[in-house]
Design a protein around this ligand. Structure first.
Ligand SMILES: [Fe+2]
Length: 191
């Protein structure tokens, strides 16, 4: 696994490319593009933390039942927070002064859903019985790399790993989200 500092740098570089593209747009087009990017990323988190996808991993944690219950609650409420963030972003887009076509918004959210699913399955399921899921996940990662949507540094992280490593990746993702939102807010200040 990459050093957490390297991983944060990889994640930031990937998002920076997207934000740079937004910054190059005329000011009046930036806000919707920022919210679209945010919608995708919030949806990734909402699905990646979903109770159903992490349940088997939580059940197998070698800790006391009370600790297991605590971790389970943290994951559950984090997922609900992230789902609310995605819902909020979608609402902002659909109620904007010049709303984007709903199909366009939902397609971007669907990209986030697939990305979150790939992330969760990659991290938590190493069972040989999930042949079709394994093939689907590998195909999705390969496609994401081919079109530049999955940076090499992140693709390397999309493998079965310990719960601790999953948590460390989640921390890096949250840190990159904070820094990216700060950068985007700076772009709005320029208007
Ligand atoms: Fe969020």
């Amino acid at each position: 696994m990459a050093d957490s500092g390297d991983l944060l740098a990889t994640l930031l570089a990937d998002t920076e490319r997207e934000i740079d593209a937004i910054a190059s747009l005329p000011a009046h087009k930036r806000f919707a593009r920022m919210v679209l990017l945010s919608l995708e990323r919030e949806q990734v988190a909402a699905v990646a933390y979903s109770e159903e996808l992490v349940a088997s991993r939580l059940a197998a944690l070698p800790v006391d039942p009370e600790v297991k219950e605590l971790v389970s609650r943290v994951v559950k409420w984090t997922q609900r927070d992230e789902a609310l963030h995605a819902q909020y972003m979608r609402g902002v887009l659909l109620q904007a002064g010049e709303p984007l076509p709903i199909g366009f918004v939902l397609a971007r959210q669907a990209v986030g859903t697939v990305s979150g699913w790939v992330s969760a399955i990659s991290h938590h399921d190493d069972s040989e019985r999930w042949g079709i899921r394994r093939a689907s996940v590998k195909a999705a990662i390969a496609a994401g790399k081919a079109i530049g949507r999955v940076p090499d540094g992140l693709a390397d992280e999309l493998t079965y790993r310990s719960f601790r490593q999953f948590c460390e990746l989640s921390v890096a993702l949250e840190e990159s989200a904070v820094l990216s939102y700060e950068r985007m807010l700076g772009l709005l200040d320029d208007d």
